[in-house]
Design a protein around this ligand. Structure first.
Ligand SMILES: [Zn+2]
Length: 113
């Protein structure tokens, strides 16, 4: 279990900067002390430390957002937080809509004989 957590944390670190453009409650700053005010705001140091690979704990519950289900993981020691993507949510509504659009365009493309 501990090994699994560490692996997830290291993967998440690689994506932390890419994800900063997405909606997130995590503020990465070294100017404020780390704080956990989940679900409103989490203040995280800009960089993870060696402690983050062993002391990450889950914060809150898994949250769906768009096509993804994610969860925050926060280091017990330094407060470094990442948002970990747990899985992609299959979007049945969107799939149905796409099928309808395809069906409609096929109908429109049928030559008028
Ligand atoms: Zn840490």
């Amino acid at each position: 279990m501990a090994e699994h957590g560490a692996a997830s944390a290291s993967r998440a670190h690689a994506h932390a900067s890419e994800e900063s453009a997405m909606a997130t409650i995590v503020s990465y700053t070294d100017r404020e002390p780390a704080a956990n005010r989940y679900p409103h705001r989490i203040v995280s140091p800009c960089r993870p430390g060696p402690c983050c690979f062993t002391d990450m704990e889950e914060v809150g519950t898994a949250q769906p957002e768009g096509h993804w289900e994610f969860q925050y993981r926060r280091c017990r020691r330094c407060g470094f937080t990442v948002r970990v993507i747990l899985r992609e949510i299959p979007d049945f509504a969107l799939a149905a809509e796409l099928r309808q659009i395809l069906a409609d365009s096929f109908v429109r493309n049928v030559p008028d004989l």
